[in-house]
Design a protein around this ligand. Structure first.
Ligand SMILES: [Fe+2]
Length: 423
């Protein structure tokens, strides 16, 4: 949650940050045509045009309507069209039908953005000193919210383009290949650890990251890097998608009904060569690059096959302080074995934003870290991302863990190698 004990940022600084975040959203969609930005490829993904309007609606609904005297919306119907899931703010257009919103046009959505930005500037300039701290906290929440949607713009557009025969690139610049490094196990001695956001004085965090609290951990080991494409390919070639014994029951049922045979953006040609569709279009499989777009089911099956398991979110958070940990934030979110539940003492935000996180705490699994699509500076050690176990269009991969002293089993080539590093 926004930190109530820090002095409010200077208005000028917050306006500058507001403008920068808003500009970045537009930069992300530069390579998308208006038609690209209107299409919806599946019920869970939203059109880029909708993301641009919804992030704007958030500022209008949470700040301009309650706090800017005399504010006139550009179009009253947008409050219905671009509300995502806030029951307290009234009825809304069904999520699976966002792609049917051919109107307003992209130009009209851009005009909506400008209208709200102009009035946000006025609010940030004119609001009283007494109200400024509350307004500043909600502006920050709106910016963090927009950054979350910036990643969704990329994941959703990538899913859309993956279903087009051209498989066009979203980003112009080529991807760098990853230098291969052997995975090493890092040991944590376990014991009583503290996880979660400390709240006052520690900067911004979403409400679901706190309160900070104690967890007991048994000794464990964790991979110093993510599972690579080459490693995941061995799972595929060993028949991993054809053997029920590696899979959770729901996962195996999904493999069969959806006929999963590889991660969703992997492509195999007639000669058996693999390539991968990503932000740069179709590229030859990079053996050392982390495997991504995995569901929880696939991540858990791979870990089982490798003689390991997924870390709990408490293990993950405790492990980031170990020496030599790599690919924590900059490649792929990492599925954990932890259900997305409230921490002890969790309290949602006040007001309309109370619906932001808490009501989704059922039926989902936590992912930790960050990805190559996460805006710089957006994530942190306590960040809790969450998705249902079958979701496989995010930049989601895995990092292996295992109980300390459990090095005997496993078909994974690195399952025998243990670093002496201690917590
Ligand atoms: Fe949202």
């Amino acid at each position: 949650m926004p930190d109530p004990d820090l002095p409010p940022p200077q208005r000028r600084d917050l306006v500058r940050r507001f403008d920068a975040v808003r500009r970045h959203t537009l930069a992300l969609v530069e390579t998308l045509s208006p038609e690209d930005q209107a299409a919806q490829s599946m019920p869970d993904a939203s059109p880029a045009k909708w993301h641009q309007a919804h992030t704007t609606w958030f500022f209008e609904a949470m700040l301009l309507r309650p706090h800017l005297p005399g504010y006139q919306p550009l179009d009253e119907s947008y409050h219905y069209l671009f509300n995502s899931y806030y029951e307290g703010l009234g009825p809304r257009h069904p999520r699976p039908q966002r792609g049917l919103l051919t109107r307003p046009s992209l130009d009209q959505v851009r005009a909506y953005r400008q209208h709200v930005e102009q009035h946000m500037h006025r609010l940030m300039a004119d609001v009283s000193d007494a109200l400024w701290p509350e307004v500043a906290r909600t502006v920050e929440l709106g910016l963090q919210h927009e950054q979350q949607h910036q990643e969704l713009i990329l994941t959703d557009a990538l899913h859309l383009l993956s279903s087009h025969p051209w498989r066009p690139a979203l980003l112009a610049h080529p991807s760098a290949t990853t230098p291969p490094t052997p995975m090493e196990w890092r040991r944590h001695d376990g014991g009583l650890v503290e996880i979660g956001h400390a709240g006052s004085g520690s900067g911004f965090a979403f409400d679901n990251e706190g309160p900070r609290h104690r967890e007991w951990l048994e000794p464990f080991e964790i991979g110093n890097r993510l599972v690579s494409c080459a490693e995941f390919l061995r799972f595929i070639e060993a028949g991993g998608y054809r053997e029920a014994r590696w899979w959770l029951s729901e996962g195996w049922a999904t493999v069969q009904t959806q006929q999963w045979q590889a991660p969703p953006y992997w492509l195999q040609d007639d000669h058996g060569h693999w390539s991968v569709f990503g932000l740069q279009g179709v590229q030859p499989l990079d053996p050392a690059a982390p495997v991504m777009q995995l569901s929880f089911y696939e991540a858990a099956a791979y870990a089982e096959w490798a003689g390991a398991r997924l870390p709990s979110e408490a293990e993950w958070e405790a492990a980031i302080a170990l020496p030599g940990m790599q690919q924590l934030w900059d490649q792929a979110w990492q599925w954990t074995r932890s259900a997305y539940h409230p921490y002890p003492g969790f309290r949602p935000l006040d007001g309309a934003a109370s619906e932001y996180n808490g009501k989704f705490m059922v039926g989902q699994l936590v992912l930790r870290g960050g990805s190559l699509a996460t805006p710089p500076g957006h994530t942190r050690p306590t960040y809790r991302n969450f998705f249902p176990p079958g979701a496989r269009w995010q930049f989601s991969g895995l990092r292996l863990a295992r109980d300390a002293g459990a090095a005997a089993g496993g078909t994974h080539p690195t399952s025998q190698r243990t670093s002496e590093t201690a917590a």
